[in-house]
Design a protein around this ligand. Sequence first.
Ligand SMILES: Cc1cc2nc3c(=O)[nH]c(=O)nc-3n(C[C@H](O)[C@H](O)[C@H](O)COP(=O)(O)OP(=O)(O)OC[C@H]3O[C@@H](n4cnc5c(N)ncnc54)[C@H](O)[C@@H]3O)c2cc1C
Length: 453
Amino acid sequence: MEATTEVDVVVIGLGPGGEHAATKLAEAGLQVVGIDRRLVGGECPYYGCVPSKMMIRAADALGEARRVSDLAGSAEVAPDWSPVATRIREEATDDWDDTVAVERLEKAGVRFVRGHGTLVGPGRVEVDGTTYSASRGVILNTGTEPSVPPVPGLAETPYWTNRDAVRAESVPGSMVVIGGGAIGLELAQAFSRFGAAVSVVEVADRILAPEEPEASAVVADVLAREGLQVLTGVEIGSVSHADGTFTVDLGDQVLTADKLLVAAGRRNNLADIGLDAVGLDPSMKAIETDERMRAGDRLWAVGDITGHGAFTHVSMYQAQVAVRDLLEEDGPWADYRAVSRVTFTDPEVGSVGMTEHQAREAGLEVQTGQAEIPSSSRGWIHRSGNEGIIKVVADADRGVLVGATAVGPAGGEILGLLAAAVHAEVPVATLLTMHFAYPTFHRAIENALQDLA
Ligand SMILES: Cc1cc2nc3c(=O)[nH]c(=O)nc-3n(C[C@H](O)[C@H](O)[C@H](O)COP(=O)(O)OP(=O)(O)OC[C@H]3O[C@@H](n4cnc5c(N)ncnc54)[C@H](O)[C@@H]3O)c2cc1C
């Protein structure tokens, strides 16, 4: 007979949000079971944010060294991937071993189960023949898998996804990247700076399609000048692989490369977790949640699967909300007006809230203002590598910013001020009375605000 174990909470999937929620709830004294079929911590520490940012940190050092000739004499740059591979293997991922994360979880009081969790009814989860009955409820944090477009021939080739790219022990001579979004571009630029000949193919008519068009243009221009081939508006006819070479047929041209990286979006892990057992449609693209992250009877969902931004900080934020609700606290509940996001290319693209297009679609009385980083004092001083813009989007009726973009050196850091302004609805009039330190990059925000019209 199948065993049933009574607990307070079950967490299916221990990505950043699930891990946080399980830990906090156990520390609060609840009986918590945390289930993961892969690695505790999810995509971010093992295959996403952390290893990719280690690659980028190293690639940026190379990029900066190549600017010496314009500013400070000469520097010989001889890229070596091995420190990057070693750092990712040893420091970031423990060779893709989550022992430390599991121990941390268990020390907090969570009962960890490695396996595939499936909902079998409200508050009931089955894993490997054991059913857990959760009196308070179940938190879903099942995250994503790389999505692979249905291009003829692609599935039969040994293509890479981010999970292979971060495990690379050497830099390929050449690489085609399918996908000109944040993940594709970050990895494309990093491998290129280490010497790979990189082509990026994007089906949309511009890279970084969800961002402001001005941001896409700045990044496209920089990548082209660094020697990457960036093709937009393409249709990929077919992909094949023979004798160690990938061939990507785009109709009017054919690309060949040693490696093919597929970075064409993510697919939410929802199809095989028993959603039908709790009255939800397993073919849904994202799980609908209320402001407390509730998705149904004794059911909460956090992270990428909720469709509110596939970012670690969103997953953690939502986990905090769900924990408050499960512990019967009184909010604050989820609010997505000021979600910030950063593409860690060089220049970085940091953005928050609505783009101009989204604000107009929402029917707001939109004003925009823009400033060019190269013509700001700091940008002019900075010289090589100074490409960037600040763009602000205001709701003229309320006199507040509803969105902003900072492209440039440290664009993701400059974003902090803009994110605070959007989040706290600081009046533009108040922002314009601020002191903006001279000569910082963020001082260009003042110019963008003065340009609002
Ligand atoms: C290359 C790359 C770079 C990125 N860089 C950044 C960045 O710089 N900043 C940022 O904010 N975000 C970044 N992201 C996104 C970030 O990784 C995710 O948003 C983040 O991991 C949050 O995901 P999550 O909490 O939804 O779950 P995930 O991290 O996707 O984890 C879900 C977990 O659930 C488990 N699971 C799934 N189904 C089951 C099941 N049925 N039973 C048991 N376990 C299950 C999986 O094994 C996995 O461990 C990046 C992503 C990639 C791929």
